[in-house]
Design a binder for this molecule. Structure first.
Ligand code: SF4
Ligand code: FES
Length: 215
């Protein structure tokens, strides 16, 4: 069975998605709510992985391959849709996002913002304030659901703009912070080592260390 990506032909197998084929073949499709772990399936929510198939925009992570499928991924139109999805995610994100210091180290969101030239202020009111005491940082969380799918100690609470991740067990269940830190696509969860390193930095960097903490 074969599909094409922007005219290039690739052999694919039953059960694969457009995103898994792209990953295998080295085709760069952005993905924020896709964990990459076989057993971890958060709901499809970020929509930054959009591609165009048969005239429709579909999420690559949730679209199964079919023989002869033609996928458009690197067109201006698809890039514009990804840019719009990123700008919507940024509407509920801390507006100093690009200065948080995690960008080159772990934050996929920042990497994609740069690649797709997303305007972080397009829909952002600038009202979101970092809350140092909250784990994970609700100002940096994009509600991808990966940490909730990974850890039984975490769940979503609230709705709409008030949706946030909370611990549900009063700290009774051990949390694998290193794994969560690797899985979280933003700096909403950072590793303990990184958190303490940032705490020890001075000036601008110390201010940047607010939030994105550890449990
Ligand atoms: S804390 Fe990170 S992994 Fe969890 S929902 Fe928010 S962005 Fe996703
Ligand atoms: S990675 Fe596909 S919708 Fe988020």
């Amino acid at each position: 069975m074969y599909i094409t990506f922007d005219g290039k032909r690739f052999e694919v197998y039953h059960g694969e998605t457009v995103l898994t084929v792209a990953r295998r073949e080295g085709i760069d499709i952005p993905a924020l709510c896709f964990s990459g772990e076989a057993a971890v399936h958060p709901p499809t929510s970020c929509l930054v992985c959009l591609v165009k198939v048969a005239g429709r925009f579909v999420p690559a992570c949730a679209t199964s391959v079919a023989d002869g499928m033609s996928v458009e991924s690197e067109t201006d139109e698809v890039h514009q849709m990804r840019r719009s999805a990123l700008e919507l995610l940024l509407s509920d994100h801390i507006s100093t996002c690009q200065t948080c210091g995690e960008g080159r180290k772990k934050c996929k969101l920042l990497r994609y913002m740069s690649k797709y030239k997303a305007d972080r202020n397009k829909w952002n009111s600038g009202q979101k304030i970092e809350d140092d005491s909250h784990f994970p940082s609700s100002a940096k969380c994009i509600k991808c659901g990966i940490c909730v799918a990974v850890s039984p100690a975490l769940t979503f609470i609230g709705r709409g703009n008030n949706l946030r991740v909370e611990r549900i067990d009063n700290g009774q269940t051990a949390i694998d912070n290193e794994r969560l830190s690797r899985a979280c696509p933003t700096a909403a969860i950072v590793s303990e080592e990184r958190y303490h390193f940032r705490q020890s930095e001075s000036g601008q960097n110390f201010a940047d260390a607010k939030g994105g903490g550890t449990p």
